[in-house]
Write a protein that binds this ligand. Sequence first.
Ligand SMILES: Nc1ncnc2c1ncn2[C@@H]1O[C@H](COP(=O)(O)OP(=O)(O)OP(=O)(O)O)[C@@H](O)[C@H]1O
Ligand SMILES: [Mg+2]
Length: 450
Amino acid sequence: MRLRLWPRSLAWRTTLIVLAGLAVVQLAGLTIHALDRRDLIRIAEAQEAATRVMGLYRVVVLTPPEDLVARVRAMNLPPDMTVVLSDEPPGLGLVRVPVEIQRILRLSMLLVPLPQPLRPRESRILWDEQELRVVIGMRLPDGRWLSVSEHPPPPRLLHAPGFLAAFALMTAVAAMLLVWAARRLTAPVRVLAAAAERLGRDVNAAPLPETGPSEVVAAAAAFNTMAARIRRFVADRTFLISAIGHDLRTPITRLKLRAEFIDDDELRTKFLGDLQQLETMVASTLQFGKDISGSEQPTAMDLPALLRTVLDEAADAAPDQPAERLSYDGPEHLTIQARPMALKRAIANLVGNALLYGGAARVRLLPPPSGERPPLLRIEVADDGPGIPPDDMQRVFEPFHRLESSRNRETGGTGLGLPIARNILRAHGGDVTLANRPEGGLVATASLPV
Ligand SMILES: Nc1ncnc2c1ncn2[C@@H]1O[C@H](COP(=O)(O)OP(=O)(O)OP(=O)(O)O)[C@@H](O)[C@H]1O
Ligand SMILES: [Mg+2]
């Protein structure tokens, strides 16, 4: 599995970019601070060293010469400090310390109070490169040299009490603020996505609230205008379909009455048969219009119970079919949110087609494939018929589109079954697809949100 470092969500991307920027700025700030601190530390250390060395010098210079050696030996020196008394000045193999440090040291040495005659007559400040020590030599009033050498402590640039803790706390607070701000800023995008999804399922979904920052208000207003236009468009179309269907009913009834007066028996039967078909088409068309308008409210319902009812009714309608042609395979109970009447019509259309064109209807209810977003249940309706040529697979979903094979059948329908089923399932947030089975026959797969 590939490690994904670049997050997908806008909020996390924004957070990551700003955090990276913040880290660079913080690092630059820290470096400046550390450099500044290094100089300060150097000065402070030099002053401290000078005071220490002068303290020693003072003890030495105030001790009578006969006691001096014993006194130096008895001195309680820090472990990294050595004191040497000699006649020669220190200097062999040593380098001079940079002038600015020398200056600080000398100045600090001058500040230590001592009577003028006791002050060092000469001094040398040197650096022992091999042992990494500072050596300060001072000439005593009697002409001998007192050399004190010590390790300067390693510079601790970032060490200040609480500094790192404060730094970490600051970074953590900034990161938290960032995450919060980024999530807040991208929230309208999520709201918009959810609203678009809702609109796809239900054109009559509630409009978006037009509140918040000006950009969000503008986007919400544009979205609401678009939704209103779609609603009007759907309503106009539905109205047109219903109006035509409705107005056709009266002339068809009149024609039926008049057909009764035709004397020729054969002609009359054909005439009435055609009119009957016309009436069915009008009824389906009206139903189609009703389904689009989505007037039924979703409720909690048991899906397997609905599937079994559809199969029972199909068996009742075709008592001559062997019972094993109709079967259900799946859980006993499963509650979903749906519009029961509409969903029943959609499934009944699929089962009806399977029986009519495929001579069987084997229904299976399957759980959503793992990892699917959003999870969709599958309802498969399989038959043993000829299937559908791949070129016609999409076209059979167009209203009134029927294949040649079914056109000549006496029991031919209107060609609205599949479009109605697809319409209903899409309004539920699902869909329906067709596929030819490798072993023969067609399988219609309806998907539905859990
Ligand atoms: N299971 C199937 N096997 C083979 N062909 C099918 C199957 N289901 C549908 N078809 C083809 O798709 C066409 C369209 O189906 P659709 O259900 O939309 O209309 P219909 O069954 O002809 O009429 P209606 O369902 O409105 O009474 C059918 O006429 C038929 O040719
Ligand atoms: Mg049909």
